[in-house]
Design a protein around this ligand. Structure first.
Ligand SMILES: Cc1cc2nc3c(=O)[nH]c(=O)nc-3n(C[C@H](O)[C@H](O)[C@H](O)COP(=O)(O)O)c2cc1C
Length: 150
C-alpha cells in the first residue's frame, strides 16, 4: 500500500525573525550610519530580508526577517561586524507572515530620552552599569511606537 504524505504548505513558508541589541564603542557619524543602511538595504533586497533598525544614542536595536537560511547567514555576519559589539539576542523565532513586507530596512536614529517619553507608562528603558535594560517586550513596544525616518 502506498502512503501519501501530505506536507502542510505553511511549513515551507515560515518566516524566521531575529531581534537583537548591540553597542557601538562611540557614536557613529551620520555618514557611517548612512553607509551602513545603504549597504544593508542593497543586500537585503537581494536576499529578501526585511526589517527595522534603530540607533538609540550608541545602541542598535534591530529586527529582521526572511527565510531561515538568509536570516541565519546574516546574523552570523552581523555578529562579526566590528562596527558594534556586546551583541545580545533578545528573541528569534518563526512567524507566518512578514511584519515589514515592503521595507528592506526601515531606519531611525533616536535617543534614550525620546524612547523614555514614548514608553512613559512602561518600565523606563535606560542604560545602567549592569548593561542595557531592554527586553523583547519593551523592544516590541519601541518598534510599534516609533515612526521611522525611512
Ligand atoms: C547594526 C548593524 C546592522 C546590520 N544590518 C545588516 C542588514 O540588515 N543586512 C546586511 O546585509 N548587512 C547588515 N549589516 C552589515 C553586515 O554586518 C555585513 O557587513 C554586510 O552584510 C556585508 O557582508 P559581506 O561583506 O560578507 O557581504 C549590519 C551591520 C551592523 C553593524
Amino acid at each position: 500500500m502506498n502512503t501519501i504524505f501530505i506536507y502542510p504548505s505553511f511549513l515551507n513558508d515560515m518566516i524566521k525573525f531575529v531581534v537583537y541589541t548591540s553597542k557601538t564603542s562611540g557614536a557613529l557619524s551620520n555618514i557611517e550610519l548612512n553607509n551602513l543602511v545603504t549597504e544593508a538595504r542593497h543586500n537585503n533586497k537581494n536576499n529578501q530580508i526585511t526589517g527595522i533598525l534603530l540607533y538609540i544614542d550608541t545602541i542598535f536595536l534591530h529586527y529582521f526577517e526572511g527565510n531561515e537560511e538568509s536570516v541565519d547567514t546574516l546574523y552570523e555576519k552581523i555578529s562579526g561586524d566590528p562596527r558594534h559589539n556586546s551583541l545580545k539576542l533578545l528573541k528569534s523565532g518563526k512567524t507566518q507572515s512578514k511584519k515589514y513586507e515592503n521595507w528592506q530596512m526601515l531606519f531611525k536614529k533616536t535617543s534614550f530620552r525620546e524612547i523614555n517619553q514614548l514608553l512613559k507608562n512602561n518600565k523606563p528603558y535606560s542604560e545602567n552599569p549592569n548593561g542595557i535594560n531592554l527586553n523583547y517586550l519593551i523592544a516590541t513596544e519601541i518598534f510599534e511606537q516609533l515612526t521611522p525616518d525611512v
